[in-house]
Design a protein around this ligand. Structure first.
Ligand code: GTP
Ligand code: MG
Length: 456
């Protein structure tokens, strides 16, 4: 039997229709909702518009169309595409509202196969695509699986001691003054745990990104559940049974077993591909503390993508992600001449772990892009010098033409922070016609990486 017919037989056995499940993640406000909205919107327009010249299947004229279909997984909330469209079509246009939990959407993409074996079987094929939005904060919890309560507490308290904010120091003093080894006062535990949660929320609001446990700031369906009521506490003694300390330790174990593990088993292990969205520009604007904390948070997050034989992921779960894209979002906030720098900076950020992961047969790429382009680019002449600029309407409704500054191509040094070289403005989405695809920068390249090979 020649190779072609055997491949054709295999395909026939499996059915021509393929399925791809893509995890879309990133810390809050990274741009996940905008990304999925644009991804789906671009696909829905591929048969009528030339919106993705960098997606090979569209360039070759083989995309026949895409439509929304009901998702297979009935237990995950639906991604609210209609709600996102409604916000973008308001006058003036609004960004979709923040989301707090997992959600998913399924798209069927019909295309003409180029692959000879597929062509033999049928003139058209369908790729079913699931896009699943989940908070990147939940990935910060993976290292907790390898730590007992005492080790985790030690680590957390050491980290908190390095943050010189009065509210942090106050909470540390309060936690230190507690005597929970003999007491059985669970009300006290609950109260201090809530104060700890408030502290984490406040740190997050101030740009700190390495927040653990991740569910404390993004609880999803676990809001108010007692499993989220614990805090780090260092003790020299073993907890006596029934004590408040014992309660803390038990809740920590429950968190490991009933929250972290099921997430990795049910969601994370089901993704064929993943995209990690990184908003580099906001921390560049917020200052050195936010930037360096993002760097540490990214390193922690990337542990979830390290699949070497001895890695925690491989030992506990069966991850099957074969492609991982690090994508720097909101590239429409900078002038086009800075896109290359944004891409380089992203590479520098992920470098420490890059080599290690690529070793383990996960294909990786770094790309800058904008899901929903909210500015236009141009040039201004000043003193016989031409400067690139962006033009848009700020969230406050002010029309602005600005040069936001240079993005450093490597990790920024002290002089960058001293100069405060980057001035970031949040723009509102542009008005756009319903019949047109959402304006974007670089979505075609992103989509080609994530699913191009599945449309052959
Ligand atoms: N200019 C521009 N801004 C964007 C883009 N994508 C996201 N934003 C901005 O970033 C904010 C957050 O985007 P979302 O898509 O809601 O981010 P998210 O990761 O889903 O956020 P959470 O649901 O809160 O975790 C938006 O409200 C916009 O202000 C983009 O492509 N261009
Ligand atoms: Mg969202």
């Amino acid at each position: 039997m020649n190779k072609l017919t055997s491949e054709a037989k295999q395909l026939l056995n499996r059915g021509l229709d393929a399925h791809l499940r893509i995890g879309v993640t990133g810390l809050s406000r990274a741009g996940k909702t905008a990304f999925i909205t644009s991804f789906v919107d671009q696909l829905l327009h591929t048969s009528t518009h030339d919106n993705l010249p960098l997606l090979a299947a569209q360039r070759d004229g083989r995309l026949l169309g895409a439509r929304r279909v009901p998702q297979k997984n009935l237990l995950t909330p639906r991604f609210n595409l209609d709600g996102c469209y409604a916000s973008l079509r308001e006058l003036p246009a609004q960004w979709p509202t923040p989301t707090r939990d997992v959600s998913e959407i399924r798209i069927a993409i019909k295309y003409k196969p180029r692959n000879k074996a597929r062509k033999l079987l049928s003139r058209t094929a369908t790729l079913y695509l699931d896009l699943v939005d989940y908070p990147g904060e939940w990935l910060l919890d993976l290292p907790m699986l390898e730590m007992d309560f005492a080790t985790w507490s030690e680590q957390q308290l050491t980290r908190l001691q390095t943050i010189e904010l009065p509210e942090v120091q106050e909470w540390l003093q309060r936690a230190q003054s507690l005597d929970i080894e003999q007491s059985t006062d669970d009300k006290l535990i609950n109260a201090v745990a809530l104060e700890f949660t408030q502290l984490l929320l406040s740190l997050k609001a101030q740009g700190y990104q390495l927040i653990q446990p991740g569910r404390f700031v993004l609880p999803g369906e676990l809001a108010d559940a007692p499993v989220l009521l614990f805090f780090p506490y260092v003790s020299q003694n073993k907890p006596s049974k029934g004590s408040a300390l014992d309660l803390l330790v038990n809740r920590y174990k429950e968190y490991q077993q009933q929250v972290i593990r099921p997430f990795y088993r049910q969601y994370f292990s089901s993704f064929d591909r993943q995209i990690l969205l990184v908003d580099i520009l906001s921390p560049l604007n917020q200052g050195e503390h936010a930037f360096s904390d993002m760097q540490v948070a990214l390193t922690e997050i990337m542990k979830s993508f390290s699949y070497g034989k001895n890695s925690l992921m491989r030992r506990l779960f069966s991850p099957r992600t074969d492609k991982l894209l690090f994508a720097a979002t909101k590239a429409d906030h900078i002038t086009p001449d800075q896109h290359a720098n944004l891409s380089l900076l992203l590479r520098h950020l992920v470098q420490p772990i890059w080599q290690h992961v690529s070793f383990e047969s996960v294909t990786m790429e770094c790309l800058p892009f904008a899901s929903i382009q909210s500015t236009q680019t141009g040039f201004v002449e000043q003193n016989s010098q031409t400067t690139p600029v962006i033009h848009g309407i700020s969230e406050q409704g002010e029309e602005l033409t600005v040069y936001p500054g240079e993005v450093p191509a490597t990790l920024p040094k002290a002089e960058f922070w001293n100069k405060q070289g980057f001035d970031f403005v949040s723009f509102r989405p542009q008005y756009y016609l319903e019949s047109e695809p959402l304006p974007h920068i670089g979505m075609g390249k992103v989509m080609q990486f994530l699913l191009g090979d599945k449309l052959r």
